[in-house]
Design a protein around this ligand. Structure first.
Ligand code: NAP
Ligand code: G4F
Length: 341
């Protein structure tokens, strides 16, 4: 029986939450995976340490390259060398609050970075499919439910940058016939979520409060509503988007929204704690302009990609609390961090 040739994928942002889950998924599917990492003075590969292979490993299928999204020439050189079948653009300055403090940097990396990558694909003359990590933040002030036809009204420099990346992707599809797709993903979380996003900030605090290491949790707007899903399921949707014959854009969401306050209730309750005894308001976490409510309608992804969410709100919060409690116990015991984080 003849074997299909091995597929090759490039992932920008492989060290992030989604990049690490996507790398696992593609390796499981037999891909050769090239991850782009940026230079840091300290280790920034914790989320992929468990799948890392030394350069000396015979037949290794995960290869890392130093390429920053601000460096268009490095992108061209990398694409020429690797000749990927699929490119997943997940790299970004992805924190909305931070984007108000670093608007130009966010515009450069999160917005222009997407265009740099698309142009690098064109300049290197590589025939590849490309996935752009678009965001529900693009809908911003437009009331829910939001789907692929909902107008954008971004409320942050991050949202504006993502709108630029979205339209650059559509434009390269229309202008050059590139197989370029936008995944418009609503918030998705996991034990690997960055520690300064609200869900992880809460679940880490729950673990520390339960262990007697912290006595207060300071948060901003508790009334914001988000459609929170489980990240490992969302990277499956990204992959499915690149397996279609015709490029298109898809919303990925659970269709269910809850407030930050509700997340606090469920997360503290999972550890037998009453959230109202510990959570306090700090206005410094408020944003100059807020996105009040995001609720996605993912029926197109369900009908055309066969993708449906499984883990919902309460289960997600419990998964994250359990993982943070386990991680803290391991740290206290000197065992170190779980390898599958
Ligand atoms: P994340 O955990 O913040 O990961 C971002 C990744 O981008 C990290 O690997 C980071 O590297 C890398 N990066 C940042 N600046 C870079 C630069 N200048 N050059 C190269 N790499 C750079 O984000 P995520 O949650 O996995 O999200 C993945 C993508 O989906 C992002 O584009 C995000 O904006 C978008 N998105 C996320 C969600 C969500 O709810 N998670 C929803 C919609 C869209 P370091 O590890 O070195 O920092
Ligand atoms: O967890 P967040 O910081 O996520 P946000 O702003 O919704 O953005 C995330 O999801 C987007 C998809 O919609 C992604 F594109 C983006 O990259 C990122 O992954 O904040 C969620 C809500 C906000 O309304 C915020 O005001 O929680 C509120 N919040 C209240 N207190 C807080 C805090 N957010 C953070 N980060 N920290 C707080 O102390």
């Amino acid at each position: 029986m003849s074997q299909l040739p091995r597929k090759t994928a490039v992932i920008t942002g492989i060290t992030g939450q989604d990049g690490s889950y996507l790398a696992e998924l593609l390796l499981e599917k037999g891909y050769e995976v090239h991850g782009l990492i940026r230079r840091s003075s300290s280790f920034n590969t914790e989320r992929i340490d468990h799948i890392y292979e030394d350069p000396q490993t015979v037949g290794r299928r995960l290869k890392l390259h130093y390429v920053d999204l601000s460096d268009g020439v490095a992108l061209v050189n990398l694409l020429r060398e690797v000749q990927p079948d699929e490119v997943y653009n997940l790299a970004a300055q992805s924190h909305v609050r931070v984007s108000f403090e670093m608007p130009l940097y966010t515009g450069d990396v999160t917005g222009l970075g997407s265009l740099r990558l698309l142009e690098a694909i064109r300049a290197s003359d590589v025939r590849t499919k490309v996935y752009q990590a678009s965001s529900s933040e693009m809908f911003g002030a437009t009331p829910p439910p939001q789907n692929e036809k909902t107008p954008f009204h971004p409320r942050s420099p991050y949202g504006c940058a993502k709108v630029f990346g979205y339209w650059a992707t559509v434009n390269y599809r229309e202008a050059y016939g590139m197989h370029a797709v936008n995944g418009i993903l609503f918030n998705h979380e996991s034990p690997r979520r960055g520690e300064t996003f609200v869900t992880r900030k809460i679940t880490r605090a729950v673990a520390r409060i339960q262990a007697g290491l912290q006595d207060r949790l300071y948060l901003g707007n508790l009334e914001a509503r988000r459609d929170w899903g489980y990240a490992p399921e969302y990277v499956e949707a990204m992959w499915r988007m690149l397996q279609t014959d015709t490029p298109d854009d898809y919303v990925v969401a659970t269709g269910e929204a809850h407030t930050v306050r509700e997340f606090c209730e469920v997360a503290f309750d999972a550890a037998g704690l009453d959230w109202s005894e510990y959570v306090r308001y700090d206005p410094s976490y408020d944003r100059p302009s807020e996105v009040d409510a995001l609720i996605g309608d993912a029926s197109k992804a369900s009908e055309q990609l066969g993708w449906t969410p499984q883990a919902k709100f309460a289960e997600l919060a419990r998964i994250m609390v359990a993982a943070d409690i386990e991680q803290l116990e391991n740290q206290v015991a000197g065992v170190g961090v779980r390898v599958d984080r």
